[in-house]
Ligand binder design. Structure first.
Ligand code: HEM
Length: 402
């Protein structure tokens, strides 16, 4: 699958393999990632990296939380331009994940256009709508008497909230989900599928802009249409909001409900003390940080004793950062009231997730509604659960209750 030449500046002792495509799908992926703290140096060169969408180049991988944070807050040395790899994959001629794929000053300008709308006070206005959608999906599960959580809830719920935010019709949820899966769960044997999904999402976003130009509404599509942006940046921003808000929440929820589902005493505790749900979610996110990102080195340099060359790709294993014993006391133990809990789940520095307040609200309300409507539940055959590469998540999560 990989056909990688190791660059000359990479010393042999730093070439290590961590091939996520070969880990058995039923393994505990976060335990596997955590082992890297013992088995690998904090910076190593992986000939089988996770994020090269063309499967043709190696990359540095960084597991230390301190180093990851340093890289994320130094855009002059570690650029974000092109990190999504979508432009490279489809040869579109412009970057597609905006603001993810940008550096200062463009980054600050574009981010500034949507920052206010995603602040806690504005996001709170969506709470009633989110609660209604939560109740709908949860009630469907109540009626069924059991749930395949990914299909019934985790996929559809954030998709509906995204459509609500953007002002797009709910009926399109299934279609969006299909594109999303092709795009973000890369299949090394079928790169064309990802390319096709990108083209279709771009076309749908641009069609949305046309609709709002003709008929403005009180929604994000209209906000983007009215923003002072080039058409390319506008399309990229729409694309990023789509990709950023769907698969992340969906996959994060699979770990949240697996974790709670496997712990009846925790369910009881949260039912009795719903105010613990928010901090519990943060700790579950720390134990399961779903996103891996990367940066490109902008100049030859020494970084903590390792020679980076201009153009090198540096993958930041946020899951490892969140489980780093140098940053967190007892990193493998859940402390539901851990303070501070500066996990890497939402990233760090100038690109830190701009949708995090919305994501937190969605997840908290869903857990509240679930625990209110559904009695003690458990995971069916947990040993058979399979994870997927990309944004870490479970392929399916059967839940049952009496
Ligand atoms: C649990 C759910 C979520 C997780 C785990 C997550 C994670 C992340 C992470 C780690 C980054 C930083 C990437 C980097 O630095 O390269 C990021 C950025 C971003 N996220 Fe999220 N995210 C979540 C939910 C959302 C939602 C709901 C939205 C939509 C409103 C969203 C929109 C974005 C955008 C637009 C960026 C780019 C910010 C920038 O480049 O300045 N995310 N997210």
């Amino acid at each position: 699958m990989f056909n990688v030449t190791i660059p000359e500046h990479v010393p042999e002792e730093l070439v290590r393999s961590f091939n996520v495509f070969e880990i058995p799908p039923t393994a505990d992926i976060f335990a596997e990632i955590s082992k890297l703290h013992e088995s690998h140096p904090p910076i190593y060169y992986n000939s089988t990296p996770q994020l090269d969408r063309t499967f043709s180049r190696g990359a540095w991988q960084v597991t230390s939380m301190e180093y990851i944070q340093e890289i994320m807050r130094t855009p002059d040395d570690f650029s974000s331009v092109g990190i999504s790899g979508f432009n490279e994959l489809i040869q579109l001629g412009y970057e597609l994940m905006i603001p993810v794929d940008t550096d200062p000053p463009v980054h600050g300008e574009v981010r500034g256009l949507i920052r206010e709308q995603l602040q806690p006070n504005n996001v709170a206005k969506l709470a009633d709508g989110i609660r209604e959608l939560s109740q709908e999906v949860v009630q469907k599960c109540v009626a069924q008497g059991s749930s395949e959580f990914v299909k019934d809830v985790a996929s559809i719920f954030p998709t509906q909230i995204f459509l609500l935010l953007m002002g797009m019709p709910m009926e399109e949820a299934e279609q969006f989900l299909e594109w999303e899966a092709d795009l973000l769960q890369p299949d090394p044997n079928n790169i064309e599928k990802s390319r096709d999904a990108i083209r279709k999402i771009v076309a749908r976003v641009q069609q949305g802009f046309e609709e709002r130009r003709a008929d403005p509404q009180d929604d994000f599509l209209t906000l983007l249409v009215n923003a002072d942006l080039t058409e390319e940046l506008r399309t990229g921003l729409g694309f990023n909001l789509f990709v950023g808000g769907l698969d992340t929440v969906m996959n994060q929820l699979t770990w949240v409900f697996k974790y709670i589902g496997e712990r009846p005493e925790l369910q009881q505790q949260l039912r009795g003390n719903p105010e613990l749900i928010a901090s519990s979610l943060e700790e579950i996110m720390r134990l399961h940080s779903v996103l891996t990102t990367r940066r490109f080195v902008t100049r030859d340099m020494d970084f903590h004793g390792v020679s980076f060359k201009k153009g090198d790709s540096v993958e930041l294993l946020m899951a490892a950062g969140s489980l780093d014993g140098n940053a967190f006391e007892n990193p493998h133990e859940a402390d539901l009231e851990r303070k501070p809990n500066r996990h890497m789940g939402f990233g760090w520095g100038p690109h830190m997730c701009i949708g995090m307040h919305l994501a937190r609200l969605e997840m908290r309300i869903l857990v509240e509604e679930w625990l209110q409507a559904i009695p003690q539940f458990s995971v069916v055959r947990p040993e058979e659960l399979e994870f997927h590469v990309g944004i870490w998540g479970l392929n399916s999560l059967p839940l049952s209750w009496d």
